[in-house]
Write a protein that binds this ligand. Sequence first.
Ligand code: YSA
Length: 345
Amino acid sequence: MRIERISEILEEGKRAFSEAADEASRSETEVRLLGRKSELSEILRGLKDLSPEEKREFGPVVQGARRALEEAAAAAKERLLVEGRDWESERIDVSLPGADDPLGHLHPVTTMIREIEDIFTRLGFEIAEGPELETEFYNFDALNVPADHPARDMQDTFFVESDGFDTRYLLRTHTSPVQVRYMETHTPPFRIIVPGRVFRNESTDASHEHTFHQFESLVVGETGDVTVGHFKHLGETFFSEFFGRHVEVRLRPSYFPFVEPGFEFDISCVLCGGAGCPACKRTGWLEVGGAGMVQQKVFEAAGYPRGKYQGFAWGFGLERLVMMKRRIPDIRLLMSGDLRFIRQF
Ligand code: YSA
Protein backbone atom coordinates (compact mmCIF):
# COMPACT_ATOMS: atom_id res chain seq x y z
CA MET A 1 0.00 0.00 0.00
CA ARG A 2 1.34 3.38 -0.98
CA ILE A 3 0.61 6.58 0.89
CA GLU A 4 1.12 8.39 -2.45
CA ARG A 5 -1.81 6.48 -3.98
CA ILE A 6 -4.13 7.57 -1.17
CA SER A 7 -3.07 11.19 -1.69
CA GLU A 8 -3.75 10.82 -5.42
CA ILE A 9 -7.25 9.43 -4.75
CA LEU A 10 -7.89 12.28 -2.34
CA GLU A 11 -6.70 15.01 -4.75
CA GLU A 12 -8.56 13.52 -7.69
CA GLY A 13 -11.74 13.20 -5.60
CA LYS A 14 -11.61 16.77 -4.34
CA ARG A 15 -11.18 18.04 -7.88
CA ALA A 16 -13.97 15.82 -9.24
CA PHE A 17 -16.41 17.00 -6.55
CA SER A 18 -15.56 20.65 -7.02
CA GLU A 19 -15.92 20.36 -10.80
CA ALA A 20 -19.19 18.37 -10.77
CA ALA A 21 -21.59 20.42 -12.88
CA ASP A 22 -24.79 18.71 -11.79
CA GLU A 23 -26.18 16.32 -9.19
CA ALA A 24 -25.87 13.31 -11.54
CA SER A 25 -22.12 13.67 -11.98
CA ARG A 26 -21.61 14.50 -8.30
CA SER A 27 -23.48 11.36 -7.31
CA GLU A 28 -21.58 9.28 -9.87
CA THR A 29 -18.28 10.58 -8.40
CA GLU A 30 -19.49 9.73 -4.89
CA VAL A 31 -20.25 6.12 -5.90
CA ARG A 32 -16.97 5.82 -7.78
CA LEU A 33 -14.77 7.15 -4.97
CA LEU A 34 -16.65 6.24 -1.82
CA GLY A 35 -18.93 3.36 -2.89
CA ARG A 36 -18.53 -0.22 -1.70
CA LYS A 37 -16.55 -1.17 -4.82
CA SER A 38 -14.31 1.90 -4.76
CA GLU A 39 -10.55 1.65 -4.47
CA LEU A 40 -10.65 3.45 -1.12
CA SER A 41 -13.18 0.95 0.32
CA GLU A 42 -10.98 -1.84 -0.96
CA ILE A 43 -7.96 -0.30 0.85
CA LEU A 44 -10.04 0.12 4.01
CA ARG A 45 -11.08 -3.52 3.92
CA GLY A 46 -7.42 -4.54 3.42
CA LEU A 47 -6.30 -2.75 6.61
CA LYS A 48 -7.20 -5.79 8.69
CA ASP A 49 -4.56 -7.91 6.91
CA LEU A 50 -1.71 -5.49 7.73
CA SER A 51 0.76 -5.82 10.59
CA PRO A 52 0.04 -3.75 13.72
CA GLU A 53 2.80 -1.26 12.78
CA GLU A 54 1.43 -0.83 9.26
CA LYS A 55 -2.11 -0.47 10.68
CA ARG A 56 -0.89 2.34 12.92
CA GLU A 57 0.82 4.04 9.96
CA PHE A 58 -1.87 3.66 7.29
CA GLY A 59 -5.09 3.50 9.31
CA PRO A 60 -5.34 7.21 10.19
CA VAL A 61 -4.29 8.27 6.69
CA VAL A 62 -6.95 6.15 4.96
CA GLN A 63 -9.70 7.12 7.45
CA GLY A 64 -8.72 10.81 7.13
CA ALA A 65 -8.88 10.60 3.33
CA ARG A 66 -12.32 9.01 3.49
CA ARG A 67 -13.67 11.71 5.84
CA ALA A 68 -12.21 14.45 3.64
CA LEU A 69 -13.86 12.96 0.55
CA GLU A 70 -17.21 12.64 2.34
CA GLU A 71 -16.98 16.32 3.30
CA ALA A 72 -16.12 17.26 -0.30
CA ALA A 73 -19.16 15.27 -1.51
CA ALA A 74 -21.47 17.06 0.98
CA ALA A 75 -20.03 20.49 0.09
CA ALA A 76 -20.61 19.77 -3.62
CA LYS A 77 -24.20 18.75 -2.89
CA GLU A 78 -24.79 22.03 -1.05
CA ARG A 79 -23.15 24.05 -3.85
CA LEU A 80 -25.25 22.38 -6.54
CA LEU A 81 -28.46 22.98 -4.54
CA VAL A 82 -27.72 26.70 -4.32
CA GLU A 83 -26.63 26.91 -7.98
CA GLY A 84 -29.70 24.95 -9.11
CA ARG A 85 -32.24 27.35 -7.52
CA ASP A 86 -34.26 29.47 -9.94
CA TRP A 87 -33.44 32.72 -8.20
CA GLU A 88 -35.11 34.81 -10.86
CA SER A 89 -38.51 33.28 -10.18
CA GLU A 90 -38.01 33.77 -6.45
CA ARG A 91 -37.06 37.42 -6.74
CA ILE A 92 -39.10 39.67 -4.41
CA ASP A 93 -39.69 43.25 -5.43
CA VAL A 94 -39.74 45.02 -2.08
CA SER A 95 -40.80 48.25 -3.75
CA LEU A 96 -44.20 46.82 -4.83
CA PRO A 97 -47.25 47.99 -2.82
CA GLY A 98 -48.50 45.49 -0.17
CA ALA A 99 -51.42 43.14 -0.81
CA ASP A 100 -54.78 44.70 0.05
CA ASP A 101 -56.17 42.63 2.94
CA PRO A 102 -59.60 44.09 3.62
CA LEU A 103 -60.29 44.71 7.31
CA GLY A 104 -63.80 44.11 8.66
CA HIS A 105 -65.56 46.74 10.73
CA LEU A 106 -68.54 47.10 13.03
CA HIS A 107 -72.07 47.22 11.68
CA PRO A 108 -73.58 50.74 11.91
CA VAL A 109 -76.22 49.43 14.34
CA THR A 110 -73.51 48.03 16.64
CA THR A 111 -71.57 51.30 16.43
CA MET A 112 -74.70 53.18 17.39
CA ILE A 113 -75.48 50.90 20.34
CA ARG A 114 -71.97 51.55 21.66
CA GLU A 115 -72.36 55.29 21.14
CA ILE A 116 -75.66 55.29 23.05
CA GLU A 117 -74.17 53.16 25.85
CA ASP A 118 -71.27 55.63 26.10
CA ILE A 119 -73.56 58.62 26.48
CA PHE A 120 -75.74 56.94 29.13
CA THR A 121 -72.82 55.50 31.04
CA ARG A 122 -71.44 59.03 31.34
CA LEU A 123 -74.84 60.08 32.73
CA GLY A 124 -74.55 57.44 35.46
CA PHE A 125 -76.77 54.76 33.89
CA GLU A 126 -76.21 51.03 34.17
CA ILE A 127 -76.62 48.80 31.10
CA ALA A 128 -78.99 45.85 31.60
CA GLU A 129 -80.04 43.04 29.30
CA GLY A 130 -82.58 40.24 29.10
CA PRO A 131 -83.40 37.17 26.99
CA GLU A 132 -84.62 37.40 23.39
CA LEU A 133 -86.65 34.21 23.91
CA GLU A 134 -89.11 35.53 26.46
CA THR A 135 -92.15 34.26 28.34
CA GLU A 136 -95.61 35.62 27.74
CA PHE A 137 -95.60 36.69 31.38
CA TYR A 138 -92.68 39.15 31.13
CA ASN A 139 -93.47 40.33 27.60
CA PHE A 140 -97.18 40.99 28.33
CA ASP A 141 -98.78 40.02 31.67
CA ALA A 142 -96.27 41.68 33.98
CA LEU A 143 -96.55 44.81 31.82
CA ASN A 144 -100.26 45.03 32.50
CA VAL A 145 -101.29 43.63 29.12
CA PRO A 146 -103.84 40.98 30.18
CA ALA A 147 -104.62 37.92 28.04
CA ASP A 148 -107.28 38.60 25.40
CA HIS A 149 -106.84 42.33 25.87
CA PRO A 150 -106.82 44.16 22.51
CA ALA A 151 -103.55 45.87 23.55
CA ARG A 152 -101.82 42.53 22.95
CA ASP A 153 -102.57 42.94 19.25
CA MET A 154 -100.59 46.22 19.18
CA GLN A 155 -97.49 44.14 18.68
CA ASP A 156 -97.62 41.17 16.29
CA THR A 157 -95.92 38.34 18.03
CA PHE A 158 -93.83 35.34 16.97
CA PHE A 159 -95.01 32.67 19.41
CA VAL A 160 -92.77 29.66 19.88
CA GLU A 161 -94.25 26.16 20.20
CA SER A 162 -94.23 25.64 23.97
CA ASP A 163 -96.04 22.29 24.40
CA GLY A 164 -95.00 20.65 27.64
CA PHE A 165 -94.03 23.94 29.32
CA ASP A 166 -96.10 25.71 31.97
CA THR A 167 -95.68 29.00 30.20
CA ARG A 168 -95.90 30.17 26.60
CA TYR A 169 -92.63 31.31 24.98
CA LEU A 170 -92.27 33.99 22.32
CA LEU A 171 -89.63 36.16 20.69
CA ARG A 172 -89.79 39.37 22.68
CA THR A 173 -91.62 42.11 20.82
CA HIS A 174 -89.98 44.94 22.77
CA THR A 175 -87.25 45.55 25.38
CA SER A 176 -89.84 46.46 28.05
CA PRO A 177 -89.91 42.95 29.66
CA VAL A 178 -86.39 43.67 30.95
CA GLN A 179 -87.94 46.39 33.15
CA VAL A 180 -89.69 43.79 35.32
CA ARG A 181 -86.80 41.32 35.20
CA TYR A 182 -84.42 44.03 36.44
CA MET A 183 -86.77 45.32 39.13
CA GLU A 184 -87.27 41.82 40.54
CA THR A 185 -83.64 41.81 41.64
CA HIS A 186 -82.95 45.51 42.30
CA THR A 187 -84.30 48.11 44.70
CA PRO A 188 -84.70 51.77 43.66
CA PRO A 189 -83.21 54.25 43.15
CA PHE A 190 -81.61 53.16 39.86
CA ARG A 191 -81.33 54.18 36.24
CA ILE A 192 -80.75 51.71 33.45
CA ILE A 193 -80.79 51.44 29.69
CA VAL A 194 -81.52 48.19 27.88
CA PRO A 195 -80.35 47.95 24.29
CA GLY A 196 -81.52 44.77 22.56
CA ARG A 197 -82.92 42.94 19.57
CA VAL A 198 -86.67 42.53 19.24
CA PHE A 199 -88.94 40.70 16.78
CA ARG A 200 -92.33 41.40 15.26
CA ASN A 201 -94.44 39.29 12.99
CA GLU A 202 -95.23 42.07 10.56
CA SER A 203 -94.69 42.79 6.89
CA THR A 204 -91.68 44.89 6.08
CA ASP A 205 -91.38 48.19 4.25
CA ALA A 206 -88.92 51.11 4.16
CA SER A 207 -89.47 51.83 7.87
CA HIS A 208 -90.54 48.43 9.27
CA GLU A 209 -88.43 45.33 9.87
CA HIS A 210 -89.43 42.03 11.47
CA THR A 211 -86.16 42.03 13.43
CA PHE A 212 -84.85 45.31 14.77
CA HIS A 213 -83.40 46.91 17.91
CA GLN A 214 -84.85 49.02 20.64
CA PHE A 215 -83.34 50.65 23.61
CA GLU A 216 -85.31 50.96 26.74
CA SER A 217 -84.64 53.35 29.57
CA LEU A 218 -85.97 52.96 33.10
CA VAL A 219 -85.40 55.45 35.93
CA VAL A 220 -87.04 54.75 39.31
CA GLY A 221 -86.86 56.47 42.69
CA GLU A 222 -89.01 57.14 45.74
CA THR A 223 -92.40 58.67 44.93
CA GLY A 224 -91.97 62.37 44.14
CA ASP A 225 -88.29 62.01 43.22
CA VAL A 226 -88.66 61.19 39.51
CA THR A 227 -90.95 63.34 37.38
CA VAL A 228 -91.98 63.86 33.75
CA GLY A 229 -89.78 66.99 33.86
CA HIS A 230 -86.67 64.84 34.56
CA PHE A 231 -87.65 62.56 31.79
CA LYS A 232 -88.07 65.34 29.20
CA HIS A 233 -84.76 66.87 30.25
CA LEU A 234 -82.96 63.53 30.00
CA GLY A 235 -84.42 63.02 26.51
CA GLU A 236 -83.20 66.46 25.38
CA THR A 237 -79.76 65.89 26.87
CA PHE A 238 -79.39 62.48 25.22
CA PHE A 239 -80.68 63.40 21.77
CA SER A 240 -78.68 66.66 21.65
CA GLU A 241 -75.52 64.71 22.46
CA PHE A 242 -76.42 61.90 20.06
CA PHE A 243 -77.07 64.17 17.07
CA GLY A 244 -74.40 66.75 17.99
CA ARG A 245 -76.88 69.67 17.86
CA HIS A 246 -79.60 71.09 20.07
CA VAL A 247 -82.69 68.86 19.96
CA GLU A 248 -86.12 69.71 21.44
CA VAL A 249 -88.41 67.03 22.85
CA ARG A 250 -92.20 67.01 22.52
CA LEU A 251 -94.46 64.61 24.42
CA ARG A 252 -97.87 63.75 22.98
CA PRO A 253 -100.47 61.80 25.00
CA SER A 254 -100.62 58.16 24.03
CA TYR A 255 -101.57 54.78 25.42
CA PHE A 256 -99.31 51.96 26.55
CA PRO A 257 -100.76 49.63 29.24
CA PHE A 258 -97.52 49.73 31.22
CA VAL A 259 -97.43 53.51 31.74
CA GLU A 260 -99.75 56.17 33.11
CA PRO A 261 -99.64 58.78 31.68
CA GLY A 262 -98.22 57.50 28.38
CA PHE A 263 -96.61 59.55 25.62
CA GLU A 264 -95.43 59.46 22.07
CA PHE A 265 -91.94 60.86 22.19
CA ASP A 266 -91.05 63.29 19.36
CA ILE A 267 -87.82 65.19 18.73
CA SER A 268 -87.36 68.32 16.65
CA CYS A 269 -86.37 67.31 13.12
CA VAL A 270 -82.61 66.88 13.02
CA LEU A 271 -82.49 67.57 9.28
CA CYS A 272 -84.32 70.91 9.15
CA GLY A 273 -84.02 71.94 12.83
CA GLY A 274 -87.82 72.12 13.14
CA ALA A 275 -88.50 74.36 10.13
CA GLY A 276 -90.25 71.54 8.17
CA CYS A 277 -88.84 69.31 5.43
CA PRO A 278 -89.80 66.12 3.54
CA ALA A 279 -88.14 63.89 6.23
CA CYS A 280 -90.49 65.20 8.94
CA LYS A 281 -93.42 65.54 6.54
CA ARG A 282 -93.14 69.30 7.02
CA THR A 283 -94.21 69.04 10.68
CA GLY A 284 -90.79 69.90 12.13
CA TRP A 285 -91.03 66.82 14.41
CA LEU A 286 -89.87 63.19 14.23
CA GLU A 287 -91.46 60.39 16.27
CA VAL A 288 -88.81 58.25 17.94
CA GLY A 289 -90.64 56.01 20.44
CA GLY A 290 -93.05 55.47 23.28
CA ALA A 291 -92.68 56.55 26.89
CA GLY A 292 -94.45 57.32 30.14
CA MET A 293 -94.58 57.10 33.92
CA VAL A 294 -94.42 53.48 35.04
CA GLN A 295 -97.82 51.97 35.96
CA GLN A 296 -98.06 50.94 39.63
CA LYS A 297 -99.26 47.50 38.42
CA VAL A 298 -95.85 46.99 36.77
CA PHE A 299 -94.12 47.81 40.08
CA GLU A 300 -96.44 45.33 41.79
CA ALA A 301 -95.61 42.60 39.24
CA ALA A 302 -91.94 43.13 40.14
CA GLY A 303 -92.77 42.75 43.85
CA TYR A 304 -92.62 46.45 44.88
CA PRO A 305 -95.26 47.80 47.30
CA ARG A 306 -97.90 49.96 45.63
CA GLY A 307 -97.28 53.71 45.83
CA LYS A 308 -93.74 53.56 47.27
CA TYR A 309 -91.89 54.23 44.02
CA GLN A 310 -92.26 56.38 40.94
CA GLY A 311 -90.39 56.29 37.65
CA PHE A 312 -90.38 56.75 33.93
CA ALA A 313 -89.55 54.51 31.02
CA TRP A 314 -89.19 54.78 27.29
CA GLY A 315 -88.57 52.49 24.33
CA PHE A 316 -86.93 53.87 21.19
CA GLY A 317 -86.42 52.19 17.84
CA LEU A 318 -82.69 52.06 17.23
CA GLU A 319 -82.68 51.51 13.46
CA ARG A 320 -84.84 54.56 12.93
CA LEU A 321 -82.27 56.66 14.84
CA VAL A 322 -79.44 55.15 12.78
CA MET A 323 -81.40 56.01 9.62
CA MET A 324 -81.83 59.63 10.75
CA LYS A 325 -78.21 60.02 11.74
CA ARG A 326 -76.72 58.29 8.69
CA ARG A 327 -79.39 59.40 6.21
CA ILE A 328 -80.37 55.85 5.27
CA PRO A 329 -83.60 55.82 3.24
CA ASP A 330 -84.71 52.18 3.79
CA ILE A 331 -84.48 50.18 7.04
CA ARG A 332 -84.16 46.89 5.10
CA LEU A 333 -80.70 47.91 3.85
CA LEU A 334 -79.35 47.48 7.39
CA MET A 335 -80.10 43.74 7.50
CA SER A 336 -79.61 43.08 3.78
CA GLY A 337 -76.05 41.76 4.17
CA ASP A 338 -75.21 43.76 1.03
CA LEU A 339 -71.50 44.58 1.33
CA ARG A 340 -71.78 47.52 -1.08
CA PHE A 341 -74.04 49.14 1.51
CA ILE A 342 -72.17 48.09 4.64
CA ARG A 343 -68.76 49.20 3.30
CA GLN A 344 -69.94 52.81 3.29
CA PHE A 345 -69.77 52.98 7.08
C1 YSA B 1 -93.47 52.66 25.80
C2 YSA B 1 -93.59 53.07 27.11
C3 YSA B 1 -92.63 52.68 28.01
O1 YSA B 1 -92.77 53.05 29.29
C4 YSA B 1 -91.53 51.93 27.63
C5 YSA B 1 -91.41 51.53 26.33
C6 YSA B 1 -92.37 51.87 25.42
C7 YSA B 1 -92.26 51.41 24.01
C8 YSA B 1 -93.00 50.12 23.75
N1 YSA B 1 -92.39 49.01 24.45
C9 YSA B 1 -92.97 49.83 22.29
O2 YSA B 1 -92.39 48.87 21.84
N2 YSA B 1 -93.61 50.75 21.55
S1 YSA B 1 -93.68 50.71 19.94
O3 YSA B 1 -94.33 49.50 19.52
O4 YSA B 1 -94.31 51.93 19.49
O5 YSA B 1 -92.18 50.67 19.44
C10 YSA B 1 -91.26 51.66 19.86
C11 YSA B 1 -90.39 52.10 18.71
O6 YSA B 1 -89.80 50.96 18.09
C12 YSA B 1 -91.16 52.77 17.58
O7 YSA B 1 -91.37 54.13 17.86
C13 YSA B 1 -90.24 52.57 16.42
O8 YSA B 1 -89.17 53.52 16.45
C14 YSA B 1 -89.65 51.22 16.70
N3 YSA B 1 -90.36 50.19 15.91
C15 YSA B 1 -91.56 49.62 16.17
N4 YSA B 1 -91.85 48.70 15.22
C16 YSA B 1 -90.81 48.69 14.36
C17 YSA B 1 -89.86 49.63 14.79
N5 YSA B 1 -88.70 49.85 14.13
C18 YSA B 1 -88.50 49.12 13.02
N6 YSA B 1 -89.34 48.17 12.54
C19 YSA B 1 -90.50 47.94 13.18
N7 YSA B 1 -91.31 46.99 12.72
